[in-house]
Design a protein around this ligand. Structure first.
Ligand SMILES: Cc1cc2nc3c(=O)[nH]c(=O)nc-3n(C[C@H](O)[C@H](O)[C@H](O)COP(=O)(O)O)c2cc1C
Length: 408
């Protein structure tokens, strides 16, 4: 039946043979893998992680210090990025590869050091390191890691170890020696943790390590049985590189780390470590120049993901002055708020050689272990490649040729 609705358009009752090609009816797929595959962004992985993981653990990852202003500003700074695309440049598939500390990396992305990783997923650091190795990018094992350095299976060139300056040099030295013996190639010294930041979500949630079986957590057990089953049936959650470290994380950090650390301690580390030395946690030209003059081969412009000094400067905004001050003598990386391949393109366009990602890969890990981290890295790769194509950059260094600017 044909109905005339206006002079030019007529309607008819839909016919089955017209509808059939449009139908995409499938049995709903519920496997863990398929939900991961359907995650199109890091935010999708975050949503999945939030469902699968107890609230206190999710908050430990997602949260930041005090009012969480630094963490929010880091995300907001990426929203202010503006691309100025180049057109008609005859580009084919963009080349995403780079070299970091003299070794090839398939992406300008590094998995950041994160403590307590087996709490997010029972395979913890092993899963993350394996996904980094598969992707051909470096992995930084935290001093507060929950897997021994000897078990981290990343090719030596991508095996980096993160340390703090402890109150006694002997402990720092023992960690550095163990890293060297386990084949770690680069050392990352974190300098923004003289005391613990105030992670208020953790305090409110009564978060402890290992997670305590209180009345509240027992209730949670019913809602996240798989997570609890994995915690209770795999190796106990301990710090693999440390001893005597149970309890509330902030108190532990304050027992161990050294507010009295000085530039001479960095110079001492430079003397005892032969490989590349990276300093993590500078936010100004002045501090970057000091640590580079004391022997750092690379610096990471970082405020620890907003987890230490709240309202510390925003890394993406501080990047330019650091690159200008030390970019000709040292590699400059940044982290904080990097949640997409487009964010990586922006940071590289503003002078970073690479970005570290923390929460972005942990969301993947919490959502689904090693395949979850793999998914996160696939998302980064796809987005970076697409952004470069759309922006008219065939190579990473071309992004810095005026393609990226930051709106005020
Ligand atoms: C759960 C968690 C644990 C972390 N543990 C460490 C650590 O042990 N050592 C360190 O230097 N940085 C640590 N960081 C900071 C990260 O290395 C990185 O600087 C930060 O996550 C970057 O911000 P993003 O999470 O927005 O990517 C941690 C971050 C998170 C989220």
């Amino acid at each position: 039946m044909v109905v005339r609705t206006s002079a030019d358009v007529s309607r008819h009752v839909p016919r089955l043979r017209e509808i059939r090609p449009l139908l995409r009816l499938q049995m709903p797929r519920v496997s863990r893998r398929s939900r991961l595959e359907r995650a199109a962004t890091i935010e999708d992985l975050r949503t999945l992680a939030r469902k699968r993981i107890p609230r206190a653990v999710f908050d430990y990852v997602d949260g930041a210090a005090e009012s969480e202003v630094s963490a929010a500003r880091a995300l907001e700074s990426f929203a202010r990025v503006e691309f100025l695309p180049r057109v008609l440049r005859g580009l084919e598939t963009p080349d995403l590869s780079t070299s970091l500390l003299g070794s090839a990396s398939s992406l300008p992305v590094i998995l950041a050091p994160t403590g307590f990783t087996r709490m997010m997923h029972h395979e913890g650091e092993l899963a993350a390191a394996a996904a980094a190795a598969e992707a051909g990018i470096p992995y930084v094992l935290s001093t507060l890691g929950t897997m021994p350095p000897e078990r981290i299976a990343v090719p030596a060139s991508g095996r980096w170890f993160q340390v703090y300056l402890w109150k006694d040099r002997a402990t720092t030295r023992a960690l550095v020696d163990r890293a060297a013996e386990s084949g770690f190639r680069a050392l990352v010294l974190t300098v923004d943790t003289p005391v613990a930041g105030a992670r208020l979500r953790d305090a409110r949630n009564g978060f402890s390590i290992p997670p305590a079986l209180t009345a509240r957590t027992l209730l949670d057990l019913a809602r996240h049985p798989a997570w609890w089953w994995n915690v209770l049936t795999t190796e106990p959650l301990t710090f693999a590189s440390l001893t005597s470290t149970e309890g509330e994380p902030a108190a532990m950090v304050n027992r161990i780390f050294n507010p009295g650390a000085r530039l001479e301690d960095l110079q001492w580390l430079r003397r005892i470590w032969d490989g590349p030395l990276v300093v993590k946690g500078v936010l100004s030209a002045q501090e970057a120049s000091r640590v580079v003059s004391a022997g750092a081969d690379a610096v990471i412009v970082s405020n620890h993901g907003g987890r230490q000094l709240d309202r510390a400067a925003t890394p993406l905004e501080a990047l330019g002055e650091v690159v200008q001050a030390v970019g000709s003598q040292a590699e400059v990386y940044m982290d904080g708020g990097v949640r997409s391949g487009a964010d990586v393109a922006a940071a590289v366009g503003l002078g970073a050689r690479a970005c570290l990602i923390g929460r972005s890969y942990l969301f993947g890990l919490m959502a689904g272990g090693r395949p979850g981290v793999r998914r996160a890295l696939d998302i980064f790769r796809t987005e970076l490649s697409r952004t470069m194509s759309l922006a008219g950059a065939g190579r990473l260094d071309e992004l810095a040729e005026g393609i990226v600017r930051l709106r005020r």
